[in-house]
Design a binder for this molecule. Structure first.
Ligand code: SF4
Ligand code: SF4
Length: 344
C-alpha cells in the first residue's frame, strides 16, 4: 500500500519509517486468520490489516478520529501472530510501535487511565514492589469487586529449588520480570532442565526488567532507560556465558529487537546488538540440545550398524561412491575408499 505522507510527517523519521513499512502490505488479509482479536471480535479494525489501514490513514492525515485509532491499537495484544502468516513479510509490530507512539503524541488519555497505566508500569518495573503487592493481593482479592477480582494476579510461592550449578556451560536468565513474582518456579524449572544438558543457569538480579512493559504502553523513553540498565548489567557477562536464556518469550522478543530500538543511539547500538545476538528463547535452547544430542547418538548407532554389516564377512576393502559416506565410515585403521581406486 502506498502511503502519501501528510505534510507534518514528510521528512520525519517516524513518517519515513512508517511509509516504508506500510508499503510492504498488500492488504490481502491473510493475517486476519491468525489474529486473536479479529477472531474474537470479528471487526476489521480489530485485525492487523484494519489496524495497518488505520495507521496509514493517520500518517496521511486523513483519519477522522484519533481516539478510535487509539482504541483499536490499544486492543492489539502485540502477540505478533499476524507476522507469522503474512506472505509479504510485513513487520507489523514495528508499524504498531510507530502508530502507537504517534497517536499517543496527538491524543490525551483520561487522567485516571494515565495514572493507572503509570502505576501498573512502575510496579511491573520494580520486581520487589511487584512481589510485595501481588503477595498482598491474596488478602485484598476477596474484597475486590467481582469485575476486577479475576484481573488481580496473586504471587505464587516457589515449590522448586535451584539445582547445583556446577556445569561449565553457563547461561543467564532474566529475573526482574513479573514472572519472578507470579511464577517463581519457571526459572527454577528451566535451571533444572538445563542442568540435565550440562548447563548452569544464573540470574543477575540487578538486571531488572527488559523494558517491554513501557515499550508496549507507548512510553518509549522510559522503556529505553530500563533497557539500557539491563544492557549495562548484562554486558560484562557477555564473554562468560553461552546465551541469555529467555524463559518469558515476550521479553526475548523485546531484547532481540534492541538493535532496532537503539538504531539511532550510537552509544548503545553495538552493545544492544551483542546482547540481542546472544539471546535465545528457552524453547530454542532445548530444541538445540535435543537436536544435537540424540541426532548424534542416532547417527553413531547407524554408523556402527552399517560398519558391523560391512565388515561381517571380513572384506579386503570397503568402497563407496559418496564422499560423505567415505568420511563418515572411515576409521584410522580401516579406511573406506572410493570405488574408482579399485580400477587403478
Ligand atoms: S499484513 Fe501481510 S497478510 Fe496482512 S494484509 Fe498486509 S500483506 Fe496481507
Ligand atoms: S499483534 Fe496479535 S492481536 Fe495484534 S494484530 Fe497481530 S495477531 Fe492481532
Amino acid at each position: 500500500m502506498k502511503t502519501s505522507l501528510a505534510v507534518e510527517f514528510q521528512g520525519t523519521q517516524a513518517g519515513e519509517e512508517a511509509e516504508a513499512l506500510i508499503g510492504k502490505c498488500v492488504h490481502c488479509g491473510f493475517c486476519n486468520a491468525t489474529c486473536p482479536t479479529y477472531q474474537l471480535l470479528g471487526d476489521e479494525m480489530d485485525g492487523p490489516r484494519g489496524r495497518i489501514y488505520l495507521m496509514k490513514q493517520m500518517f496521511e492525515g486523513e483519519s477522522e478520529s484519533l481516539d478510535q485509532i487509539q482504541f483499536h491499537l490499544d486492543r492489539c495484544l502485540t502477540c505478533r501472530n499476524c507476522e507469522t502468516t503474512c506472505p509479504s513479510g510485513v513487520q507489523y509490530a514495528k508499524i504498531l510501535e510507530l502508530g502507537r507512539a504517534t497517536v499517543s503524541s496527538k491524543t490525551r488519555r483520561s487522567g485516571f487511565e494515565t495514572l493507572a497505566r503509570s502505576v501498573i508500569a512502575a510496579m511491573l518495573r520494580q520486581p520487589k514492589l511487584f512481589k510485595a503487592m501481588s503477595g498482598m493481593a491474596r488478602w485484598v482479592k476477596p474484597l475486590a469487586p467481582k469485575i476486577i477480582r479475576k484481573k488481580i494476579p496473586v504471587a505464587r510461592k516457589p515449590t522448586l529449588g535451584w539445582p547445583d550449578q556446577k556445569a561449565s556451560r553457563t547461561m543467564i536468565a532474566l529475573s526482574g520480570c513479573a514472572q519472578g513474582a507470579l511464577a517463581p518456579d519457571t526459572n527454577r524449572a528451566a535451571a533444572q532442565v538445563l542442568s540435565r544438558y550440562g548447563i548452569s543457569l544464573f540470574e543477575v538480579s540487578a538486571a531488572g526488567c527488559c523494558g517491554a512493559v513501557d515499550l508496549h504502553t507507548t512510553n518509549e523513553h522510559k522503556g529505553m532507560e530500563v533497557a539500557k540498565k539491563l544492557i549495562d548489567v548484562w554486558i560484562p557477562h557477555l564473554g562468560e556465558i553461552e546465551a541469555f536464556a529467555m524463559t518469558a518469550s515476550g521479553c526475548g522478543v523485546t531484547i532481540r529487537e534492541y538493535p532496532h530500538l537503539f538504531r539511532h543511539d550510537p552509544e548503545y547500538l553495538e552493545k544492544a546488538s551483542r546482547i540481542a545476538e546472544k539471546t535465545l528463547d528457552l524453547a530454542e535452547i532445548i530444541e538445540r540440545e535435543i537436536d544435537g544430542k540424540p541426532k548424534s547418538a542416532l547417527s553413531n548407532q547407524l554408523r556402527q550398524n552399517k560398519l558391523d554389516a560391512l565388515y561381517d564377512r571380513d572384506p579386503d576393502m570397503v568402497c563407496t561412491a559418496n564422499i560423505g559416506c567415505q568420511m563418515h565410515l572411515s576409521d584410522p585403521g580401516r579406511p573406506v575408499h572410493h570405488w574408482i581406486e579399485l580400477l587403478l
